[in-house]
Every structure is written in structure tokens, then in C-alpha cells.
Write a protein that binds this ligand. Structure first.
Ligand SMILES: [Zn+2]
Length: 60
């Protein structure tokens, strides 16, 4: 899972891919991570490209 400290605001909000940073048109849920910001920890849901980026683009 990506480190939320390295992600941008739009990535944490689910607007941009958590892996490649592109704006999401079609997305899929990657998972949720705990993100500590200052003294508070919140759980953020990460979304990634569909089809998944960076895994080769061979489709069935
Ligand atoms: Zn992506």
C-alpha cells in the first residue's frame, strides 16, 4: 500500500489515482490506510485506475 504521507490531497480524497497520480475516470478500490496528520489519525480510502495502472495492459 502506498504511504499516505507521500500522497497528495486529491489522491487522499479519491479524485486521483493513489499509485500514478492521474485523475481517475474509471476507478477501483485499492484499500484503506490510516493516515496520521498532526495528532489525529483518520482512515482514508485509496482509489486506483481501472484497469490497474502499471501492471501491464494485457486485457482478456
Ligand atoms: Zn493509476
Amino acid at each position: 500500500m502506498p504511504d499516505p504521507d507521500t500522497l497528495t490531497g486529491p489522491q487522499l480524497e479519491g479524485w486521483h489515482c493513489a499509485l500514478c497520480g492521474r485523475r481517475l475516470l474509471a476507478d477501483q478500490f485499492l484499500g484503506s490506510v490510516e493516515w496520521t496528520c498532526g495528532s489525529s489519525t483518520r482512515e482514508v480510502e485509496l482509489w486506483v485506475c481501472r484497469p490497474l495502472c502499471g501492471e501491464g495492459s494485457d486485457s482478456a
